[in-house]
Design a protein. Sequence first.
Length: 179
Amino acid sequence: MNKYFLDYIEKNNKILQQIDLKNLNKLFKEIKKIKLRRKKILVFGNGAGASIASHFANDLSKNTKIKCMSFDSSTHLTCYANDYGYENWVKETIKIYYDKNDLIILISASGNSNNMIEAAKFCNSKKISFFSLTGFNKKNKLKKSSKNNLWVNSSSYNQVEISQLIILLSIIDKLVLNK
């Protein structure tokens, strides 16, 4: 039993050690710019990605005073999905809440979530700055649509999502330490 947990932790450590630090630093610097410009971050995910987005948004706002919003309420999601289609709810939310020079973060474990891909296409068409966090296949659709991506080298939903949470929370900790 202990071997399983030790192996699991070791596998997570190996996955995290493969994260592209250049892109991680780039995301960190973009978030610092958001703070200096007094702009905001809009962060989106599905399922566990939505809980990661919510956790990140709450901690970032509370601990760094950077305005960050996640859109994980069932009333918001069902309203927008009903009116615009599930694949368009993120894009339509961005249309309403985005202000010039804000930052968008799109989280998808597989990188093949249609609502995130449609949001990326919209951001690209409007020259809106965004980062995506993906896993699974290195050539996933969201990663291919993203100029800025942090890819997690795993096909395990839990390990991708654990890594995505660690990536985002490590940025908050670094911002807090750099006060």
